[in-house]
Design a protein. Structure first.
Ligand SMILES: O=C(O)[C@H](O)COP(=O)(O)O
Ligand SMILES: [Mn+2]
Ligand SMILES: [Mn+2]
Length: 520
């Protein structure tokens, strides 16, 4: 390593948009971040769609954001790989799906499809469903039960009825499939460790065990305030009989993203084993990081050969620091979706500051996190600190504008403190967002009605700034994207950039403009 040690600060949900109603970054007191973004040398990087490896026009997310920064190249994300199979017809003729449906026809079994019923395209896309239904129909399988999970997080709140009715229309048009159950994502996609919620989702799926019943999918959500918290609801036949999973049936999980679906899949596998339903087969659309072995219809892209491998090779010690919500992102995802802790890699999981809704404590435990970053960088044996400041995204998801403004101010304060300490100790700090969120907390409905609160991610570019000991700042290259963070970090550290990191270092981009090497 012939560069200098430094800090990569990932400001989760830090997007950039012009000042407008609902822009928490523009409204909140955040003098430090404002100065970075307002500086003529401040960069804006693309963080959504094709620039990172998502389908065109799709909002960025934390997984792909951290993966491409670590890999130093765009990666074909699971949603893109599934979409490609859907568009090419490969999903409809998928040999595993064909075999499974053929066997169910012969044995009189049911195919159960479980998935988030929306098109937010962070965890799932209801647009993938028709091709699977067409495969079912082509196989002559009549029993296809759909277990719908309502969203309101990756898409605006209050839209689940509309998606469920689109789902019903889809089954009618294709001529196969019926909705067997409806449940909110707070239950079925909990990743906070609330086993009681996951258990309810599993029992609704397996046994039709519900808190209430409904005659059809849309009635299950009618009059319910929050899409994500729709209670376990069995959609029953007129006699009130729910659908159950019988031994020998197949369950296909339709979400392509693993993190929030894996707990349910593992719970379902455990429940089936303890019930003795040992012949139920589990499949997934994208690959999951589950304890249970679940074959995926669409394989994952290879994300290896990134920053973690280059640091290990060069013998550079790194520290990864985050609160729980983003801990996997600075470790597992940044490391190429690989759970192997590289030699010389240390993890600091910052404990939560308080219980209760995050709107009530939008600062989370950011002060402790900031202290851990400053202490870690100051140790002397650490080459790189990678830390995630989660507040703008985690609080942004609540849709609360006021709380998100407080989150922005907290991030601003701690980022400023970290940069001041880094200047004193001669460390550089590279600050970057992984995708937008807090800069757009309102959405305008298509029907022209008044803007509504919005807690989802955005397609906006993300700010990126390099704060160096001598205060020098780069000039802005046009069209750069967050995969460039990987090679830029290695460049600053003086670690050789692996050949597989195809994204240009921001230094390379800048040197083309002749404004660069004086930064080091
Ligand atoms: O799962 C979630 O929390 C959101 O749907 C996406 O957020 P993330 O990509 O920031 O995790
Ligand atoms: Mn994120
Ligand atoms: Mn998020």
């Amino acid at each position: 390593m012939d560069g200098s040690p430094g800090i990569l600060l990932i400001l989760d949900g830090w997007g950039h948009a012009p000042a407008a109603p609902g822009n928490a970054l523009a409204a909140a007191a955040s003098p430090f971040l404002d100065a970075l973004v307002g500086d003529p040398a401040g960069l804006l990087l693309e963080a959504s769609g094709g620039a990172v490896g998502l389908p065109e026009g799709v909002v960025g997310n934390s997984e792909i954001g951290h993966m491409v920064m670590g890999a130093g190249r765009p990666l074909e994300y699971d949603s893109l790989l599934v979409q490609r199979q859907a568009e090419s017809g490969a999903l409809r003729t998928h040999p595993v799906l064909r075999d499974v449906c053929g066997r169910l026809v012969r044995e009189g079994g049911t195919l159960h499809l479980v998935g988030l019923c929306s098109d937010g395209r962070i965890h799932a896309d209801i647009g993938h469903l028709p091709e699977v239904l067409r495969a079912v129909r082509a196989a002559g399988l009549e029993r296809c039960a759909i277990h719908a999970i309502t969203d309101g997080r990756d898409v605006p709140e209050g839209t689940s009825g509309r998606y469920l009715s689109a789902l019903t229309t889809m089954t009618e048009e294709i001529g196969v499939g019926f909705v067997a159950g409806v449940i909110g994502r707070d239950y079925a996609m909990d990743k906070s460790g609330r086993d009681d919620l996951t258990a309810k989702a599993s029992r609704l799926l397996l046994d039709g065990a519900a808190e209430r019943t409904a005659p059809d999918a849309e009635s299950a959500v009618r009059g319910h305030d929050h899409d994500g918290s729709v209670p376990p609801t069995a959609v029953t036949d007129p006699a009130g009989t729910p659908t159950t999973v019988r031994d020998g049936d197949v369950i296909l999980f339709m979400n392509f993203r693993s993190d929030r679906t894996a707990p349910l899949v593992d719970r379902v596998a455990d429940d089936l084993a303890s019930d003795g339903r040992t012949r139920v087969r589990l499949l997934s659309l994208g690959r999951y990081d589950t304890r249970a072995e679940v074959p995926a219809l669409v394989p994952r892209a290879d994300a290896s050969g990134g920053v973690a491998d280059a640091l290990e090779e060069a013998g550079v010690r790194s520290l990864r620091i985050a609160e729980r919500e983003k801990f996997d992102h600075v470790t597992f995802f940044f490391n190429g979706r690989d759970a192997r802790r590289r030699t010389g890699e240390e993890h600091v999981l910052v404990p939560p500051a308080a219980d209760g809704p995050v709107q009530d404590h939008p600062e989370m435990n950011i002060d402790a996190l900031g202290r851990a970053v400053v202490e870690g960088a100051g140790r002397g044996d650490v080459g790189l600190v990678v830390a995630n400041l989660a507040n703008m995204d985690v609080v942004g998801h609540t849709g609360s504008y006021e709380a998100t403004c407080r989150a922005v101010t907290a991030v601003d304060r701690v980022a400023a403190r970290i940069c001041a300490a880094a200047r004193d100790s001669g460390h550089w700090v590279l600050l970057v967002g992984d995708h937008g969120n807090a800069e757009q907390m309102l959405t305008s409905p298509e029907d022209g009605s008044a803007p509504r609160p919005y807690g989802g991610h955005t397609r906006n570019p993300v700010p990126c700034a390099l704060v160096t000991a001598d205060g020098a700042r780069p000039a802005a290259p046009a069209g750069a994207a967050i995969p460039s963070i990987g090679p830029t970090v290695l460049h600053l550290l003086g670690v050789p950039v692996p050949a597989g990191m195809s994204a240009p270092s921001l230094f390379t981009l800048r040197s083309r403009q002749g404004a660069l090497d004086d930064l080091r």
